[in-house]
Write a protein that binds this ligand. Structure first.
Ligand code: CTP
Ligand code: MG
Length: 240
C-alpha cells in the first residue's frame, strides 16, 4: 500500500475588488475584467489554475455588481465551481471562498489574487511542495530595494535589513481546515489582514517562503497593463 495519499487541492480566486488604483486614470472597467493581449485578466488567472492538473476545483469570488461581467467571460469547466459573492475587504472575500468549499473540504487550498494573471505551474508546484513540511506556504521574492521606515511619509526613522525581507505573492497555500478556522477567528477582530499568510502567522501556523517569480506581478496601477502587454509580447517573441 502506498504511504502517500493524493491530496485534494482547491483554489480560490479572489476577484471581488473594485480595482480603484488601476482606475485612477478614469478607466471604468474593473481591472480584473480588462483585456491583456485580448484576454480578460480574470480569464487568464482562472485558466492558468485550471491548466494545473493537481488542482481539483477552482472557486471564483466576485463583486455583487460584476455578475454580468463574469458571465460574459463564458468560462466553463468541470472543475470550475459557480462564482460566489465576495465582501467589502479582500479578507472577507477569501472567507466567502473558504465557506463555499465547506462541503468539499479539500485537503489543501491555494488562495490566488485575480489580479495576478501570470501565475504558472512551476510557482504553484513550489507552494504545494512547501506544504509538505509547513502548515502554510507562500511564494515571495527577495526585496532588492533598500527599504526605509518613515511612519509619517517624510521623516526616516530606520533602514530595514533587506536580506531578511521578502515581497509576498500569491497563490498562498494552506491546509484547508486550519486556514478556514484561522480566517473565521480573524474575522471577529477589528484589524484587517492584507494577505492570508499573515492570518496563518497570527494563528501560530508554521509559514514557509517558496520561490516567487518576477513575472508574477499583481496588476495594481494603470501602467501595469502596459507592463503586462510587454511581458506577453516578449514571451511570444522568445517562442518564435
Ligand atoms: N479583492 C477581493 N475583494 C475585495 C478586495 C479585493 O476579492 N473586497 C481581490 C481583488 O479583486 C484582487 C485581490 O483581491 O484580485 C488583490 O487586491 P487588490 O490588488 O488590492 O485589488 P482591488 O482591491 O480590486 O484594487 P484597489 O485596492 O486598487 O481598489
Ligand atoms: Mg485592494
Amino acid at each position: 500500500m502506498s504511504v502517500t495519499r493524493a491530496r485534494s487541492i482547491a483554489a480560490i480566486v479572489v476577484a471581488a475588488g473594485k480595482g480603484e488604483r488601476a482606475s485612477a486614470n478614469g478607466e471604468t472597467e474593473p481591472k480584473q475584467y480588462r483585456l491583456v493581449h485580448g484576454i480578460p485578466v480574470l480569464t487568464r488567472t482562472i485558466r492558468a489554475l485550471l491548466d494545473i492538473p493537481e488542482i481539483s476545483v477552482v472557486v471564483p469570488v466576485i463583486h455583487p455588481d460584476h455578475a454580468a461581467r463574469y458571465a460574459a467571460l463564458g468560462l466553463a469547466d468541470d472543475r470550475l465551481l459557480p462564482a460566489v459573492t465576495g465582501g467589502a475587504t479582500r479578507q472577507s472575500s477569501v472567507l466567502a471562498g473558504l465557506m463555499a468549499l465547506g462541503k468539499i473540504r479539500p485537503d489543501l487550498v491555494l488562495i490566488q489574487d485575480a489580479a495576478r494573471p501570470f501565475v504558472d505551474a512551476k510557482l504553484v508546484h513550489g507552494v504545494i511542495a512547501g506544504l509538505a513540511n509547513h502548515e502554510a506556504a507562500l511564494p515571495a521574492m527577495p526585496v532588492t530595494d533598500t527599504i526605509k521606515k518613515a511612519p509619517d511619509g517624510i521623516n526616516v526613522v530606520s533602514t530595514e535589513d533587506r536580506r531578511v525581507l521578502f515581497a509576498a505573492q500569491t497563490p498562498q497555500g494552506f491546509r484547508f481546515p486550519q486556514i478556514l478556522s484561522a480566517h473565521m477567528r480573524a474575522s471577529t477582530l477589528p484589524r484587517e489582514f492584507t494577505d492570508d499568510a499573515s492570518i496563518a502567522e497570527w494563528a501560530g501556523l508554521r509559514v514557509a517562503i517558496t520561490p516567487g517569480n518576477a513575472n508574477n506581478i499583481k496588476i495594481t496601477l494603470p501602467e501595469d497593463f502596459e507592463r503586462a502587454e510587454r511581458m506577453i509580447a516578449g514571451a511570444q517573441a522568445m517562442e518564435t
